[in-house]
Design a protein around this ligand. Sequence first.
Ligand SMILES: [Zn+2]
Length: 308
Amino acid sequence: MDGTMDGLLWLPVVALALAAPLMYPRWTLRRALARPLPPAAAAILQRNIPVYASMGPALQQQLQRLVKQFLHQKKFVGCEGLEVDDEMRYTIAGQACLLLLNRPSKVYRALHTILVYPSAFLVPRQQMDAGGVVTAHKQTLLGESWDDGRVVLSWADVKRGYRDWTDGHNVVLHEFAHQLDSESGSTNGAPYLGSQDSYRSWSAVLSRDFDTLRYDAYYGRQDSVLDHYGATSPAEFFAVATETFFEKPWQMADRHAALYEEFMKYYRVDPRAWLPQPQQPAGPESLQPEPVAAPAGAARRSYAIASW
Ligand SMILES: [Zn+2]
């Protein structure tokens, strides 16, 4: 056998060696997706995602598949001695994947790690005043989203989020909305929308409602169903409006019809189908209870203000 033949014989081996790193993740994912969700996990989704029961079997199956992919690809890390258990994993993955239903997107492409603290956590911050003097302080956070692929959550606040699914506050939906936002290349309140027309109408509607919310927040008015925290920046507006869309869909559709329409186009679900219409008429008194006071100094991650 000459040298050329020897080389040809090695070709399949070399090709396999080159392809293996690409094929192996797909193969392990297919295996993970083929395994049925354990009954205990389905029970967690049922228990800790209050809208799960009314989503219908097709969406439930879709959510289960997304959860399996999420848990296969992402790593959970417990912080401050917290041991992350299945209750935490399935609850967080289930809520995060609600934002992905009916959409062909990948499962949080850039995200690799979810860090879970037992409760609100302190992070060091630096602030520069007008004179250029930098001071260090610590900030208490309930959740944080980084565009380098990390989400940080307080488990106590995750629980608070699902125990009342109609108050418009949900730290998991909030932080994972930031993740979707950052997939477009910059975290500025506009996730990837596809067509130019979609961006145009998104920009027109969200800019207008953002300005109104800023006005309301500035004058302390409670005219909006959206939390004033959304007035901080366009990125926070998108995250807060996402919480409202899933938890107060009837009120949002009533008070912010165009915004609700934009969110239905983006999220491709109508959460009104999952929650009963509130009994009270949609008057300002019934819709805007006094905001729940956040713990002193509490805040979520805010991004640099950008415009749509
Ligand atoms: Zn935020």
